[in-house]
Design a protein around this ligand. Structure first.
Ligand code: ANZ
Ligand code: ZN
Length: 819
């Protein structure tokens, strides 16, 4: 029976792969070079969805390609299995979070097996397994010893719904990233990782990622780290011994300072507030405590503040500057106080205009007076009203004023980062316990390594897990009360658990030696496999997860455990799968169900449709995708394999040279396209080869021609990256032993690749705009596509609608824009 039955093929090969294990990464050196293809591991909420389908199909192409090219490939899978949703489900169902978590993992695992990313299943890990989190705790203790994990009181973002703190990164537009509740500010003692100590390196090491990570991700990381250069300037405060230091990026505008602003929630504001202003100040501070940082930094909001009744002295001209408290200055950035230069800083100008404070121009930019227009002038110009700086431009004035300040001991050049330390403690149950004991006599005592892991209790259910403002672990008497590891006295365990981003900051190291018992990973194995050659995942992780992983890697480097400082050599961000122009979401009710699609079309069709729809980084609109077209195509591939009648191993040399040319050009082009991640175009080339092969069988030299066999085999191997089941079946029908996954990539015979080309002129409205080199036998369709893709043509069109395209292959294309 030659019918193409995707379900039967899937079932057959899923079982065969389980037996053959063709995707296993080989630990020993076997002469092959190694490659590491990593996909961002899933969170086990429900079953896999279309987004997973796309991401894992993309990551799998690289893994399968490298395997074909003869590399020993590590392509692992695991689960990021701690986190809030499991806990919420457990509270609702009166269960333990492990039940929901591991049940979902099983569901996803079996879907993955069917969906067929070429994983090495033997390396599977779950971050909520004690064997894993033991090492998360071990790493925490190493950070602690190095002073990189510490506890302090401070303002934190508090989600009143989830009853837990959130990292700054988890607050989006003032709301909890997860549940959408409005985030509050609270003062709590919390654990932090000192990522700020690595700010410079996190920034500098990005040079090596240039061109290998998407530009926008690098930009987002840079902005997040937020390095700025400027000066620290000391201002004497009347009636106070200690001067107050402010950080400014514009010391050239020092003569334009007309007031000072202190963060309303900074200790300094409290301290210097004059008695007659105290009541007003305290009322204001109370208001500010309810605002999120995002709100505070918003330039849209009307400025608020109170005068503190005190004055600062401008160190360069002795002027008295009134000191105000406001929310637009942040307590934890710079020094929590600023010199306000309203003429040249918009926030300061808004504030000055609201409260009737003076505005003095010190940079003449040629623009109208900010006091009148309400628009601060921030550009370069000639310095005025500034004594020794007059006449200089911005850059020279900055250098000069820093020199003056340094000479007089009034300030110095300074660098500042927006990045803050990483708040890692969470008051939730389903996370990695922090391995610290608090003893009344000894203070903070690390749990000794040989007592790890500190296990989560397994006897809590439902309501026991409900958030109470402190961690549910604090209420678990049997668990929280322990003997101090140091003095043996009665003590308590730290009852917070770690942010799940800690778990995911090092899982890719663990994959290199998943069962390793003497450390988080076997240093030797990591040296062999890492850094990761390609990391595939969503752009939603562009900041947090990647920054934290980079930080962990640098710490491990400093600990001498790894010999590289960046974990991911290349990063691929796939686009989203959308529907009719909208993101799919439960609330919109427009979810396309992956399981149903697979049921209807088969795995290969879904994979191929996703990969064919555009370049990996573009969004895919499922409404525009044609699964039925893919299905027909795969059925043709299937039939070709059945039609070939020459014996395996037949020398293609005597075969039809026309078909051979197509085959070898396809190999040549597909290889280059895959290297450039242009999978959709590579698939289009395979489609053309299938068409040519069919023609050769039906109307050409026939199914016995060795060139036909060569073409059919080439199709099977190339297609194995995208539609692995169909490719495997075809390979077997062609008389080969499985698996096609390790058949070896074909190489193009250069003598068959060379092709005469002709020049095609592309006209827009009758004017020649581009010249393309095209094959003489190019199809009308292909030529039209090439012409419309030309950058020069698009420039000439300037976004105009196209009325008509006249295609005369291979020499002329004329594009007629709409009038
Ligand atoms: C005077 C000035 C004049 C400023 C001017 C800017 C323009 P980045 O680049 O983000 O580092 N600033 C300093 N500390 C602050 C805090 N804790 N909260 C809010 N704003 C603060 O920005 C540094 C600039 O942001 C500093 O330079 C300061 O305002 C303000 F024409 O000082 B500037
Ligand atoms: Zn003790």
């Amino acid at each position: 029976d030659d019918g193409y039955d995707p379900r039967a093929i899937q079932d057959k090969w899923q079982a065969r792969w389980a037996e053959l294990d063709p995707f296993k990464a080989v630990e020993e050196d076997d002469g092959r070079e190694r490659r590491y293809a990593l996909d961002m591991f899933p969170y086990p909420s429900g079953d896999l969805h279309m987004g997973h389908a796309e991401a894992y199909a993309i990551g799998d192409v690289a893994a399968r390609y490298w395997r074909q090219r003869g590399y020993n490939v590590l392509h692992p899978i695991g689960w990021d299995s701690f986190g809030l949703p499991a806990e919420n489900a457990a509270i609702k169902r009166n269960e333990h979070p492990a039940q929901w978590t591991y049940a979902n993992i099983e569901t996803q695992a079996s879907s993955f097996r069917r969906y067929a990313p070429s994983f090495d299943w033997s390396r599977r890990l779950h971050t909520s397994d004690p064997e894993y989190y033991k090492w998360t705790q071990w790493l925490f203790l190493r950070f602690y010893e190095r002073g990189l994990a510490y506890r302090r009181g401070g303002q934190v973002n508090w989600c009143p719904n989830d009853q837990t703190v959130l990292a700054n990164e988890q607050v989006v537009g003032g709301h909890c990233e997860r549940c959408g509740a409005l985030v509050e500010r609270r003062v709590l003692t919390q654990w932090y990782f000192k990522i700020t100590e690595y700010a410079d390196r996190l920034l500098d090491d990005m040079a090596a990622l240039e061109g290998k990570w998407p530009d926008r991700v690098l930009l987002m990381q840079r902005n997040w780290i937020g390095r700025s250069e400027g000066a620290d300037v000391d201002f004497v405060i009347e009636g106070r011994d200690e001067p107050v230091t402010v950080y400014t990026t514009r010391p050239d505008t020092l003569y334009g300072a007309t007031f000072m602003v202190v963060a309303a929630d900074a200790d300094l504001a409290e301290e210097i507030c004059a008695p007659e202003q105290r009541a007003a100040f305290e009322a204001y501070r109370e208001e500010v405590s309810r605002e999120s940082e995002i709100e505070r930094l918003s330039t849209e909001r009307e400025k608020t503040g109170v005068f503190l009744g005190r004055y600062a002295i401008n160190p360069v001209n002795g002027e008295r500057l009134p000191i105000w408290a406001s929310d637009y200055v942040l307590a934890e950035y710079g020094h929590g106080a600023i010199m306000a230069v309203p003429a040249h800083d918009q926030r300061d100008l808004d504030f000055a205009l609201k409260f009737g404070l003076p505005v003095r121009v010190v940079v003449d930019t040629g623009e109208p007076d900010p006091a009148e227009t309400g628009v601060a002038t921030t550009g370069d110009g000639r310095i005025v009203n500034s004594g020794p700086l007059d006449g200089l431009n911005k850059a020279d004035a900055i250098a000069r004023i820093i020199q003056i300040l340094e000479e007089k001991g009034l300030g110095k050049a300074a660098v500042n980062f927006r990045l803050r330390d990483w708040l890692v403690s969470r008051q939730r149950f389903w996370g990695c316990p922090i391995p610290i004991v608090h003893c009344p006599s000894c203070g903070e005592v690390p749990v000794p390594d040989d007592q790890l892991p500190v296990l989560l209790p397994d006897d809590l259910r439902g309501a026991d897990l409900a958030p109470k403002g402190t961690s549910p672990l604090a209420a678990a008497e049997n668990w929280v009360n322990v003997d101090c590891p140091k003095c043996g006295g009665a003590a308590k365990r730290d009852s917070d658990t770690m942010d799940t981003f800690v778990d995911s900051s090092w899982y890719y190291f663990r994959y290199c030696s998943p069962g390793y018992e003497d450390g988080p990973f076997d240093v030797e194995q990591v040296r062999k496999w890492m850094p990761v050659d390609q990391y595939t995942g969503g752009v939603e992780h562009a900041i947090l997860h990647l920054l934290y992983s980079r930080f962990f890697t640098k710490v491990l480097y400093d600990m001498g455990m790894v010999d590289f400082t960046e974990p991911f050599t290349r990063l691929v961000n796939q686009g989203q799968v959308i529907l009719n122009g909208k993101a799919m979401s439960k609330s919109l009710g427009n979810m396309v169900d992956l399981g149903e699609q697979i049921e209807q079309w088969g795995v290969d069709v879904v994979r191929l449709a996703l990969l064919f729809s555009g370049p990996p980084e573009d969004d895919i609109d499922w409404a525009d995708v044609s699964p039925s077209g893919m299905s027909k195509f795969l059925a043709r591939v299937h039939r070709i394999a059945a039609d070939v009648t020459s014996a395996p191993g037949t020398d293609p040399a005597g075969g039809a040279v026309d078909l051979r040319r197509v085959t070898h050009r396809t190999i040549d082009e597909a290889t280059a396209l895959i290297e450039q991640h242009r999978y959709n175009v590579a698939i289009a080339r395979i489609m053309s080869l299938v068409t040519a092969t069919r023609r050769a069988i039906d109307d050409g030299p026939g199914p016995a021609d060795p060139a036909v066999r060569e073409a059919a085999e080439t199709i099977a191997v190339l297609l194995s990256l995208f539609a692995p089941y169909t490719a495997e079946e075809a390979w077997e029908r062609l008389g080969h032993e499985p698996s096609v996954a390790t058949a070896g990539w074909p190489s193009a015979d250069p003598s068959l690749v060379v092709q005469e080309s002709v020049t095609c002129v592309v006209q827009v409205a009758g004017k020649v705009r581009d010249r393309l080199q095209v094959p003489p036998d190019i199809s009308e369709e292909e030529l039209e596509r090439l012409a419309l893709a030309s950058a020069k043509v698009n420039e000439a069109l300037g976004g105009a609608q196209i009325n008509r395209v006249i295609v005369r292959p291979p020499k002329i294309v004329n594009i007629v824009p709409a009038k």
